[in-house]
Design a protein around this ligand. Sequence first.
Ligand SMILES: [Zn+2]
Length: 416
Amino acid sequence: MTAPGENLRINGDRLWDSLMQMARIGPGIAGGNNRQTLTDADGEGRALFRRWCEDAGLSMGVDRMGTMFMTRAGTDPQALPVYVGSHLDTQPTGGKYDGVLGVLSGLELARTLNDLGIRTKHPIVVTNWTNEEGARFAPAMLASGVFAGVHTLDYAYARKDLDGKTFGEELERIGWVGDEEVGARKMHAYFEYHIEQGPILEAAGKQIGVVTHCQGLWWLEFTLTGKEAHTGSTPMLMRVNAGLAMARIMEMVQTVAMENQPGAVAGVGQVKFSPNSRNVLPGTVVSTVDLRSPDQMKLDGMRARIEAEAKQIAGALGVDCSVEAVGHFDPVTFDPTLVERVRKAAEGLGYTHMDIVSGAGHDACWAAKVAPATMVMCPCVDGLSHNEAEEISKEWAAAGADVLLHAVAETAEIVP
Ligand SMILES: [Zn+2]
């Protein structure tokens, strides 16, 4: 005899069709999407998602950050809900799947359970978190951060876009200020299904990423102060060259990352030379280093070493070096029971899988602060994301949604 729900599969065609319909809202300029948070397009996407959910019998709650919670009732009124979520907002030149796949797969699993007349003890809540991307209003994962107590509501409302409009004003303008206190909901568990946004699964030929950790990160801003001087008339031994210090620091960052393999990355993504003139030695250089690892010891060890060695390198050239931490979160270890459930679901369904660490931040990383949480990943072509050319196959999308369905159904407890 088979256990209840053992042969369940989502409807891959229906999921794909929903993804393509959502992608028509807020089209990009190169086949992707520009559906940034709290724009009119975001409002349209929310309305469509709401209509689909209500057609599937889900009831809506909205909190004061505009996060949408669409509930499929359970049979036990006392049982805490199982949450399944991600985000419908995109980067300005974003893809059709980043975030959207997770939200619409949550809807698809509710539709599948409806089709088969399956009830669960725990309610299932499909969630669309507001402003995951952080492209328009920094920082990223803003609503889930307020939900988890990382930021205050006032802080979130005061975030400004490049035109000086605030998050609070724009949320009001598109009509999505809900009445629920943010973070008041209690979760039995949280699942998030997302494209990998990296090349590892595709290169390994695996259908499913079982996500065990989310990397922690430090963003360090370096200010190097030397002496602006003429590049022609200043003798080599009399230069105080902040640009040279920068070049040596970039090499050092690479060395530190390589000496912490595997499981660490670090790189310099931004360098501003001042005055940035062909025949002037730079007097000031401001640059940022992004370093990440799922291992707290490695993460903090790399940070300390990069800071100390940067100061040494600069000092040896007579350049002043100050360092400020401008971004940080600790690594997240996802709930081992839920991780194992995802792994077993992939195995039971006959999908190839491997354990993987999330290289990017996700709402699940904040949800993990307040509930047992984990993620499922599927490959994306060439690892490309935050790019309009982001692509996945219908089969990849469906395989991950099947795994999500099984892990969620087991956690929400199918009523025989
Ligand atoms: Zn995302």
